[in-house]
Design a protein around this ligand. Structure first.
Ligand SMILES: Cc1ncc(C[n+]2csc(CCOP(=O)(O)OP(=O)(O)O)c2C)c(N)n1
Ligand SMILES: [Mg+2]
Length: 362
């Protein structure tokens, strides 16, 4: 990276004052497997992690393949306007700031959030925060954000990337999904290859930050957690596992969404742990409109709702404020089965929705 490392502080209060409006925001909670159907491997499962479809043991060493990079594959699709970021619930001000920023960016938004899963990653439930924090501190899950304007992405880190081998191995060793790399023998080749893949991926991100620089290379969100309101979009008392990352993530997303839009938010939810555990029996957990549909179509349904409201508004058939539409989906629904739907919804809302007279907000 070049020497001119300028950093910028983005106040969440200032973002809230903007009157611009996003059309479609997709939140991906990434627990690195198809968890609600029994821990099957996804495109986001990292190398050598054990799943029920690629169990780690004597013969098989867990996943053969890479953890796909979803963000960098999505930002070069020529949008007129959009906001993209990674986030981690162990950094709530950063996560909330990004949701607010996405909701204030015209066009499309996408946030990829690491979501620890005690059941699938196999660790005691009270370790969620420690593991989540280590994911970023070790360099495994770096925090960065990208604005796209007229087709051109500009990258910024939200925290310096430090790929720390010791912390990475500590992170790995805390989870049962990697136990076969330590017992009966320590598999140095596999452990080193995880470290090397993280190093290479981070170098790729640093190169992109260098090539597609904005005003600053590091953007830090600031705000006081204690001054943020409690969210009123979803009740407490869901049926997620203890310490589930998805529960913490939806709480933080809803705090941000409420600060931007009050209750004028509609969620769509792909089949996933969050969906099944907030819609048990006849009693849903949601206090704002929430639509469950297929595993793969959270993006399509959300974009459809958003577009319908904008058409009605432009024809003067809807008088209220346009609602904010947020699609929620797991890594299986995002990286794998829902990818083509996600790509299309991002392109429609981030490009066509802005250029089309009927759809663009007046
Ligand atoms: C077409 C289709 N295939 C398979 C399923 C079964 N199914 C529902 S959710 C799911 C996995 C969800 O995984 P992910 O998106 O990662 O969410 P998580 O459960 O991990 O939160 C699967 C396989 C389905 N509903 N529809
Ligand atoms: Mg998952």
């Amino acid at each position: 990276m070049s020497e001119s490392k300028k950093s910028e502080v983005v106040k969440i209060d200032d973002l809230l004052k903007k009157d611009s409006h996003n059309y479609f925001l997709y939140i991906n909670y990434d627990n690195e497997a198809f968890m609600n159907t029994g821990i099957q491997e996804s495109g986001s499962t990292p190398p050598f992690a054990s799943t029920t479809t690629g169990p780690g043991g004597k013969k098989i060493k867990g996943k053969i393949g890479i953890k796909q990079d979803i963000i960098n594959s999505l930002v070069f699709l020529g949008y007129k306007s959009g906001f993209f970021a990674t986030a981690n619930p162990a950094y709530p001000v950063d996560l909330i700031g990004k949701v607010v920023e996405a909701m204030k960016t015209p066009g499309c938004g996408f946030i990829h959030i690491i979501s620890p899963c005690m059941r699938g990653w196999r660790y005691p439930e009270n370790q969620t925060y420690t593991i989540s924090k280590l994911a970023t501190e070790s360099g495994y899950f770096p925090l960065f954000s990208i604005h796209v304007k007229d087709g051109r992405p500009t990258y910024a880190l939200n925290r310096k990337i430090n790929t720390d081998k010791e912390k990475l191995f500590k992170f790995i060793s805390m989870m049962g999904k990697y136990r076969h790399l330590f017992k009966p023998d320590k598999l140095d080749f596999n452990l080193d290859s995880i470290y090397n893949s993280v190093l290479r991926r981070n170098q790729n991100i640093l190169d992109l930050v260098d090539k597609f620089k904005g005003k600053s290379e590091i953007r830090v969100y600031s705000g006081k957690l204690s001054r943020f309101p409690n969210q009123e979009h979803i009740c407490g008392g869901h049926g997620l596992c203890l310490g589930c990352g998805e529960g913490e993530i939806i709480n933080q997303v809803a705090i941000a969404a409420q600060m931007v839009a009050g209750k004028n938010v509609i969620y769509t939810n792909a089949t996933s742990c969050l969906e099944v555990s907030t819609s048990k029996d006849n009693l849903g957990s949601w206090k704002v409109p929430w639509v469950h549909h297929l595993f793969e179509t959270a993006a399509t349904v959300a974009d459809g709702i958003s577009t319908a409201y904008r058409i009605l508004k432009s024809k003067n058939k809807y008088k209220g404020d346009l609602p904010y539409i947020i699609a929620l989906g797991g890594d299986g629904g995002t990286f794998d089965i829902g990818f083509q739907f996600l790509k299309s919804a991002l392109v429609r809302s981030g490009t066509w929705g802005i250029m089309n007279d009927l759809l663009a907000e007046k």
